[in-house]
Design a binder for this molecule. Structure first.
Ligand code: PMT
Length: 300
C-alpha cells in the first residue's frame, strides 16, 4: 500500500484487543461471522481538524443489514462511521425524530396520562438485539477517517481469515475514493488568505485486498454506487471482476433504499421494495445468506 496513505496509521488501534478477543470467542462457539462496514469515511484537511471532506452515507444500509445477520444467528462485527446509524439505535432514534412510526397509542387516557407501546417490529428488534448482546455476538467498532477505516478493516479482515469460508465481508461503507497525501497534510488550520487548491490521490482499493491478501477464503459482498443508470451495471461488473467479490450489490443514489440489483456469477437480479413494504436490507441479507450457504456446501 502507498506509504503516503499508511503514514496516517496509528501505532495501536484503540479496539485492537477487543476485536481479537471477540473473534476468538466466536471461533470457540463455531459461529458464522459477518463483518459489516457502514457509513461514510472522512478525509481531514488538517491534523487539528477544522475542515474535512465527507459524503452522503447515512449508515442505514449497514445498520439494518447488521440486524438481519444477527437475526440469522451470525456473529457481527459492525465497523461504522461515528455518528451514523447503528443497529437497534436507528429504530429507537425514531422515538425522537419520527415517534408515530414506532409508537402505537393504547387508545385510552387514564388520569390524564395517555399510554403508548412500541410497535411489534420495534419490540422484536429490541428483543433480538438484547439477545445478541447477552450472547456477546455483536461488536461495534467506530471509525471517522478513511485511514482509521482502512486500518481497522485490515485488522478485522486479517483476523477473520481463520474463519475461512465461514466469514462474510459485507462492505456497505461509502469509502472516500480520494485522500490527501501525508506530505500535503497541514498540522494547523489552513488560512483563507488565498484560494485553496488541493491535489488528492486515489485511495487504495481496499476491496481488492480482501481476497488478494487479508482473508482469501472469505465470502465477499461489495456494493457499487452510481448516480446514473447508464453506468451502473457495467461498473458493477467491472468492480466485481477486478476485486473477485462473490456478490456485488449495485444501487443508485436516489433510490437506494427501495431498489438494488444483485450481481452474482454474471447474473443480475433486481430487488424492489416499496417504502412501506419489507426493508430492502432484509431481502439483500436473505439473498446473501442463501449464497453463502451454497458457498459453504460447495466445500463439503
Ligand atoms: O448508508 P446509506 O445512506 O444507507 O447508503 C448505502 C450506500 C449507498 C452507501 C451503500 O448501499 C453502498 O453503495 N455502499 C458502497 C458505496 C461506494 O463506496 O461505492 P464505490 O462504487 O465507490 O465502491 C465500491 C466498493 O468498493 C464498495 O464496497 C466500497 O466499500 C469499496 N471501496 C471503495 C473505494 C476504496 N478505495 N476501497 C474500497 O474498498
Amino acid at each position: 500500500m502507498d506509504p503516503s496513505f499508511t503514514a496516517y496509521y496509528v501505532a495501536e488501534l484503540p479496539l485492537q484487543s477487543s476485536i481479537r478477543n471477540f473473534l476468538e470467542r466466536q471461533r470457540r462457539f463455531q459461529r458464522n461471522l459477518a463483518v459489516v462496514s457502514s457509513g461514510g469515511t472522512t478525509v481531514p484537511l488538517e491534523k487539528h481538524t477544522v475542515r474535512f471532506l465527507d459524503n452522503f452515507s447515512t449508515g442505514r444500509r449497514g445498520a439494518a443489514s447488521a440486524e438481519y445477520f444477527l437475526e440469522s444467528e451470525y456473529a457481527v462485527v459492525f465497523l461504522y462511521r461515528e455518528g451514523s446509524l447503528r443497529p437497534l439505535q436507528r429504530r429507537l432514534a425514531k422515538l425522537v425524530t419520527d415517534p408515530v412510526t414506532v409508537l402505537v397509542s393504547e387508545g385510552h387516557i387514564k388520569e390524564g396520562v395517555a399510554s403508548f407501546r412500541v410497535t411489534a417490529d420495534a419490540q422484536a428488534a429490541l428483543v433480538q438485539y438484547e439477545r445478541a448482546l447477552k450472547e456477546e455476538r455483536v461488536l461495534e467498532v467506530p471509525f471517522c477517517t478513511v485511514y482509521e477505516y482502512a486500518q481497522y478493516l485490515e485488522l478485522i479482515a486479517s483476523a477473520s481469515a481463520v474463519f475461512e469460508r465461514n466469514a462474510i465481508l459485507y462492505m456497505a461503507a461509502a469509502v472516500s475514493d480520494f485522500y490527501l497525501r501525508f506530505e500535503d497534510f497541514k498540522s494547523h488550520k489552513r488560512t483563507s488568505d488565498s484560494a485553496l487548491v488541493l491535489k488528492l490521490s486515489c485511495t487504495p482499493k481496499l476491496l481488492d485486498l480482501l481476497r488478494e491478501l487479508w482473508a482469501p477464503q472469505a465470502f465477499v459482498v461489495a456494493f457499487k454506487l452510481e448516480t446514473s443508470m447508464e453506468t451502473l451495471h457495467e461498473r458493477a461488473q467491472l468492480t466485481a471482476s477486478r476485486s473477485g467479490a462473490h456478490i456485488m450489490v449495485a444501487n443508485l443514489l436516489h433510490e437506494r433504499h427501495h431498489r438494488v440489483w444483485i450481481l452474482e456469477n454474471g447474473r443480475m437480479e433486481e430487488i424492489e421494495c416499496p417504502e412501506s413494504d419489507t426493508e430492502i436490507e432484509k431481502r439483500i441479507v436473505e439473498a446473501v445468506i442463501a449464497s453463502h450457504r451454497c458457498y459453504l456446501d460447495a466445500d463439503r
